[in-house]
Ligand binder design. Structure first.
Ligand code: CIZ
Ligand code: SF4
Length: 313
């Protein structure tokens, strides 16, 4: 149920979360695609990599990661000695599930001499098979700086196609994965909303199809979109990414007279929306759901993340 009277007493739920957080020595982090209620009680809100780094820098021994499974795994890889809790057991990412470690191993075997650049939206087991990890913020920079010319890119074929357009000297093989939420936006949706708001700039995520990104005034990660809109002297923006970002834009641009229009109401990730305030409370009460990454997998995945840091700096 998505109504505001969902909680018997929302303030009491928030108070209990705050008390338990202290008792459990926990920090709560929320991805920008989370429900506004959850974003508002988090210690910080950000993209998946920024959150994992934040968690590693914190003194608390427990991390409550409000997001999806691969994100909690990334936090665990960077904080192996901490307890990492994912409040909703089945909050997964369909795009991350479109490639397995075995798939990637096989694909690499079929294409000897290719280096695998893997999107952070992937399981720890897949990251462990990667040569380097990329985020939507740094994918173009990382791929262009890689010494290898022949590159396997996955799992997102749309981000991969965007990177390939920006790096014409690379030979990029795309895995056939996609984000079901961003992928369903059609060119007609864009033309339709543009005709309603002709003065608005169009800011879209590279997980959208090439048909859509080609029409955009700016293509970038969630943080890129927020920074662009916040720093711009324009006042109207059409936003082509998950609806949770609308809340961040409103919070960070309060009283500035800026207007944001979501490109389509279907830009809602059902997995991200599984986590409610009650989920966070239950997570703290029962210490659930504990995310573990096998030591060897975590070490190999960490190497691919470290290479991202080296190339991205
Ligand atoms: O890496 C992230 O957090 C995701 C899923 C999107 C983005 O653009 O930040
Ligand atoms: Fe995965 Fe797409 Fe949801 Fe992000 S918005 S978690 S890529 S399904």
């Amino acid at each position: 149920m998505e109504t505001s009277d969902r909680y018997i007493d929302k303030d009491a739920v928030i108070k209990r979360i705050t008390d338990l957080k202290k008792e459990r020595d926990a920090v709560i982090v929320a991805h920008m695609y989370q429900n506004p209620d959850v974003q508002d009680i988090a210690d910080t809100v950000g993209d998946s990599y920024a959150l994992s780094k934040y968690c590693a820098s914190r003194p608390e021994s427990t991390i409550v990661f409000c997001g999806v499974h691969f994100m909690a795994e990334s936090a665990k890889i960077l904080s192996p000695d901490k307890t990492v809790l994912l409040p909703e057991r089945y909050a997964g990412c369909p795009m991350a599930d479109m490639i397995t470690a075995e798939d990637l191993r096989e694909f690499k075997n079929e294409h000897p001499g290719y280096a695998a650049a893997i999107y952070i939206n992937s399981s720890a087991a897949v990251k462990a098979e990667a040569d380097v990890i990329v985020t939507s913020s740094n994918a173009v920079k990382i791929v262009s700086r890689m010494s290898e010319k022949n590159i396997i890119f996955g799992p997102d074929k749309n981000l991969g196609a965007y990177v390939a357009r920006q790096c014409p000297d690379k030979n990029i093989l795309l895995w056939n994965g996609f984000c079901p939420t961003h992928h369903k936006i059609k060119k007609e949706d864009v033309l339709n909303i543009r005709s309603q708001h002709p003065d608005a700039l169009l800011l879209v995520h590279p997980e959208c199809t090439p048909d859509v990104t080609e029409l955009a005034d700016y293509v970038g990660s969630t943080k890129g979109i927020i920074d662009f809109a916040t720093q711009s002297d324009r006042s109207e923006f059409i936003i082509g990414t998950e609806i949770g970002v609308m809340h961040r834009l409103e919070v960070e641009n309060r009283n500035k007279g800026k207007r944001f229009y979501l490109m389509s109401p279907s830009l809602t990730c059902p997995n991200m929306k599984r986590t409610l305030l009650e989920s966070v409370l239950r997570s703290l009460e029962n210490n659930e759901y504990n995310i573990e990454v096998p030591h060897d997998t975590a070490e190999r995945a960490k190497k691919a993340l470290d290479r991202m840091m080296e190339l991205g700096n």
